[in-house]
Design a protein around this ligand. Structure first.
Ligand code: ATP
Ligand code: MG
Length: 396
């Protein structure tokens, strides 16, 4: 069967009351953006609490790619390839459309068990929905005599929606759920080359948040390949999250200053505090109203509850840590599913691993940290300003 249209259903965004149109509009524009590469093929629009993607031409050659792309658009609950026909008030004509649909999709001699479900929104079609379903069931049985009705556990469900036009479909493909990106503000993701932070960015984007990202690199201690890996990760996350503006900040001089002047068991914590500070400064410039990290309690020394408290403390913006209660294997599962895992495990050095102490503190004492940071006071403001002024920006 060559479908000409998709019916897109959304769930949660249906619940947003007066703001619903904003959510629908955001979803329509996300779908348009996603299908941009097929310029001129599709028309995306909303009508009666539904979103439609119509095509002016046969698109069977790109069908699979279109589905793959739609499966990444947050806010979509289900994707239904449909046959869309003009409204008729005549049952006989409707029945013919449905029988043609069955033949086109399942061939002339199908053997499935089935159930018909009708929804009548347009009441100028006078028969009641249940009667329409029963009659259509009857006509299908008569036309395709190897089929059987099974109302409880059918192999095929045939949906008929009578609106200003008529939708006929039998396939529902799961979308990713969530909210359309662009409906929940913007946040700055601290994106390293690891497994966790890309997953954290994906999870927050899924709730409708536009993502900016920041990566701290430390040339020549970290290589261009390590930086490229982060760019690649941002590109993979952007397949879900829409375009991501990636800020690449040179952290070398700050790291060297910390290394030179502060106790080595506190290096990671102090470094993480400056990362959060700089991320917040750039976030504010970019109108991001939250930070995102890939931290999870107890995963490493810098992620004990005490350590999290001391890195959290430097920020005024809320810090979202969507993985906070996840085990590593749970994070890995998501990373594999969203396609970041293979890139994340490429073995390029990370700026945190180069300057780590053998025995980092796991319960940092804030008063000690303040004292250590005092030792940086002559240089740190200039170093921070320099790192911000020399940042590189890449749209991924
Ligand atoms: P990840 O897998 O995300 O790298 P991790 O387990 O390696 O996490 P850490 O290195 O302690 O954990 O980093 C904790 C969080 O700090 C990361 O999830 C990320 O959000 C942020 N982060 C760490 N290093 C960097 C970096 N070089 N640039 C930007 N953010 C970073
Ligand atoms: Mg890391």
């Amino acid at each position: 069967m060559n479908y000409e249209s998709f019916l897109i259903k959304y769930s949660e965004i249906g619940l947003k009351g007066k703001n619903r149109y904003k959510f629908e509009d955001a979803l329509v524009s996300r779908i348009r953006e996603t299908l941009k590469e097929f310029e001129g093929v599709f028309n995306v629009y909303k009508e009666q609490e539904r979103i439609y993607i119509d095509s002016s031409k046969d698109f069977s050659d790109i069908y699979d790619r279109v589905i793959e792309k739609l499966k990444r658009v947050f806010g979509i609950f289900t994707i239904c390839p449909i046959k869309k026909v003009e409204f008729t008030s005549d049952y006989k004509e409707l029945s013919k459309f449905v029988l043609d649909f069955v033949k086109n999709v399942y061939g002339t001699d199908p053997t499935f068990t089935f159930k018909v479900k009708t929804r009548r929104v347009n009441k100028s079609f006078e028969m009641h929905s249940d009667d329409v379903s029963a009659e259509l069931g009857h006509d299908i049985l008569e036309t395709f005599n190897k089929t059987k009705v099974d109302v409880h556990n059918p192999e095929v469900r045939i949906f008929v929606e009578i609106r200003n036009h008529i939708n006929i479909y039998s396939e529902k493909i799961d979308g990713p759920g969530g909210l359309p990106v662009g409906t929940s503000g913007k946040a700055m993701l601290l994106l390293s080359g690891g497994i966790d932070s890309p997953v954290a960015g994906y999870m927050i984007a899924k709730r409708g948040v536009v993502i900016n990202a920041i990566y701290f690199h430390a040339p020549p201690y970290t290589s261009d390949r390590a930086k490229q890996k982060v760019v690649d990760l941002a590109k993979i996350v952007s397949k879900w999250a829409g375009h991501i503006k990636l800020h690449i900040v040179n952290f070398t001089d700050i790291q060297l200053a910390i290394y030179e002047k502060c106790p080595h068991d506190e290096l990671t914590i102090i470094m993480r505090r400056y990362m959060m500070k700089i991320a917040e400064m750039i976030a504010e410039k970019e109108k991001c109203i939250a930070l995102i990290t890939g931290e999870s309690i107890g995963q490493v020394a810098s992620q004990t509850v005490e350590s999290l408290r001391s890195t959290n403390e430097v920020c005024k913006l809320p810090v979202f840590r969507p993985l906070i209660g996840f085990d590593k294997d749970e994070i890995v599962d998501v990373a594999k599913r969203i396609g970041t895992f293979e890139t994340s495990i490429l073995p390029y050095e990370d700026c945190c691993t180069i300057f780590v102490a053998k025995h980092p503190v796991t319960k940092p004492n804030l008063n000690h940290i303040y004292k250590s940071e005092e030792r940086l006071k002559e240089v740190i403001d200039d170093l921070i300003a320099k790192s911000i002024n020399t940042q590189e920006e890449i749209i991924c």
